[in-house]
Design a protein around this ligand. Structure first.
Ligand SMILES: O=C(O)CC1=CCC(=O)O1
Length: 92
């Protein structure tokens, strides 16, 4: 199943810089693991925002939830998920 996911990151303003830096480094490492597993084929920055649009290729909504909740930034993100299906007019 394909899912379009938007993640908006909202770190508390009073979070110490070293804690934020550590979270970001761990987020990057976990994102790389999921990408290497072929489950996160697209990751795009939203211009001008601390947010991304991503496409996930997973077996189920449960798997997507497991992956998203494994991200170190998960407690600090607002996440919107849209299930996708193939458009009949799309050329191969
Ligand atoms: O920076 C972001 O948009 C949040 C994020 C997701 C994967 C990653 O490495 O950072």
């Amino acid at each position: 199943m394909q899912f379009l996911v938007r993640m908006d990151v909202r770190l508390p303003h009073d979070m110490p810089q070293d804690v934020a830096d550590d979270l970001r480094a761990r987020e990057r490492d976990r994102a790389h693991e999921i990408q290497r597993a072929g489950k996160w084929p697209e990751l795009w920055r939203v211009v001008g925002r601390y947010a991304n649009y991503s496409r996930f290729d997973v077996e189920s909504g449960d798997e997507l939830h497991e992956l998203l909740s494994s991200l170190p930034l998960f407690p600090y993100m607002e996440i919107e998920v849209t299930a996708l299906t193939r458009h009949p007019s799309k050329l191969d």
